[in-house]
Structure formats: C-alpha cells, structure tokens
Write a protein that binds this ligand. Structure first.
Ligand SMILES: [Zn+2]
Length: 281
C-alpha cells in the first residue's frame, strides 16, 4: 500500500487553471473499477408523464459569473434550484439575484464549477486526468475531489457531496492508497453527525499504517493537521475496542463499492443519488 501525503489545497489548486479535460471515458461515481460493471445503472422507476407536467424550459437560463474574471455559465433555473439549496434560496424573486437572474460566485474556481455543472447534466464526476503520469494524475484527481467536496458544501448539493465521497472511495480502491488529508477536508465542510466523517474515521482507524499516527500530533493549533473533532471521533470509535484491539484492514477489505450508502448523508427518508436520473425537476 502506498501512502498519499496530504496536498495543500490552497497552494496546489491555485496554481492550476483551465481544467479543460473532456474525457470521453465515463467516470460515473457509482461504477466500480471493474469495467464490466460500469454499464449497470439503476432504471428509472417512471418514464411517462402528462404533457402538462415537467420543467419550464421556455425560461431564459440563469447567468452565473464564476471566479475573479467573471467566467460565464448558463444553467436553467429549475435545474439549479432542484439540485442546490443555495441556488434555490438566492433565486427567489425577492432576492436581487432572483430578480436580475444573475448570480456572482467570485470565490469559486471556474474549473471546479465546470465539474459541478457537468455533474448536473450527466450525474457523473469528470475529475480524472488521463494525460499526466500516474503520480501527477492521482494528485490532480485528489485536488479536484477536495475542491468538489468544498463546492458541494457551499452550494448545499447533498447528492454531489455523497457522489464525491464515493469517488474518494473508488479512487482509494483503484490506487490502493489512502488520503492522509481526508479528515481535514471532510471535517472542514461537514457538520457533526455527518456520515462522511465516519469515512474519515474508518480510514484512519482501519487503514492508516500505525507509524503514521504521529501525523496526528498537533503542535500549533493554528496549523493543526487534523481537526480536533476528528481526534475525538477517533477516540470514540477505538475506545470500546481497546481491550480486544483494533484490527488493521486493507483497502479492498474495508470497502464494498456496491454498498457505500453507510457513508452517505441522504439518510433513510431520501433516495440515494445513485437511484436518481441525472435531471430532476
Ligand atoms: Zn446512498
């Protein structure tokens, strides 16, 4: 198992620009690394609807100005508001953005917003880079996934966040290496009780090589590598098992790619993103 040292998002991502990769290869977050399984997707439960139903597609799309250079994106309002609680809120008529039909997101990286927009239209995550060598392309995918997770939290798109969690898991299984910065990124963009946090805790408790536990030491609170709440959650998990011991597992032993809902936040009352069509209205 190779170790993956943490990436500094702010330094590594800011230096990149224009992720224009339009890979034809599918990167469905729900598919396993086994290509023979990639064609198996959930069927739509209902196909035919009344001609009076459906979205208002006659409306002009919303203009979204992204990044410090106001890169323009155009998306239909219903698609935005049905997917993102953030957009649903700001596009109400009594908000300036809803009235003007323009939303500015100056602090969002356009290349990351593009990944989210492709997700809206396809239900897939276009985060892989097939061009570079193995080390570089893996690092770049990690950087994309961290940025996607943060954007999903900002836009309050829970399905996108669940899908990103699945992409983290798929990447770990495919590359046989764990993300040492996973807890830092997940805890920074999730709330207490999130099942996403359980993924970070399980990875640490079960996957991390024991000698790497020294990485947990926090010498300077302002530059803490691991979030304090994460350390508490780790103690809560390993405490009851201390007498018997906590068994280390391999990545394939820990994860079942067909059953990742235990790390999702949709809960039992809402459907998993895997069961939804790409367009929802
Ligand atoms: Zn699920």
């Amino acid at each position: 198992m190779r170790l993956r040292r943490p990436l500094n998002y702010n330094e590594s991502y800011a230096s990149q620009s224009g992720d224009e990769s339009d890979s034809d290869k599918e990167s469905n977050a729900s598919q396993s690394s086994n290509e023979s399984e990639s064609t198996l997707e959930p069927l739509r439960k209902k196909l035919r609807f009344s001609t009076e139903e459906g979205p208002q597609i006659e409306l002009k799309p919303i203009t979204i100005l992204v990044g410090d250079k106001d890169q323009e994106f155009y998306i239909h309002e219903k698609l935005l508001s049905s997917t993102s609680a953030f957009f649903a809120k700001v596009l109400k008529d009594d908000w300036k953005e809803g009235h003007d039909r323009i939303v500015k997101l100056p602090d969002v990286e356009p290349s990351v917003f593009r990944i989210w927009m492709k997700w809206l239209y396809t239900g897939r995550l276009f985060v892989k880079n097939e061009q570079d060598d193995d080390e570089d392309k893996t690092d770049e995918e990690h950087t994309h996934l961290y940025a996607c997770y943060a954007l999903g939290d900002f836009l309050q798109d829970l399905d996108f966040k669940d899908a990103t969690i699945d992409a983290f898991i798929e990447n770990m299984v495919e590359c046989n290496e764990y993300f040492m910065a996973l807890a830092d990124h997940i805890y920074g963009h999730s709330k207490k009780g999130s099942r996403h946090r359980e993924l970070a805790v399980d990875c640490f408790v079960r996957l991390w090589d024991r000698e790497d536990w020294t990485e947990l030491v926090i010498e300077d609170q302002d530059d803490a590598f691991q979030p304090p709440q994460f350390l508490c959650d780790v103690l809560i998990q390993i405490g009851p098992a201390l007498d018997k011991g906590v068994e280390e597992k391999s990545i394939p032993e820990l994860f079942d790619l067909k059953d990742t809902c235990k790390y999702h936040d949709h809960g039992s009352d809402k459907p998993c993103y895997k069961t939804k069509p790409a367009f929802l209205f």
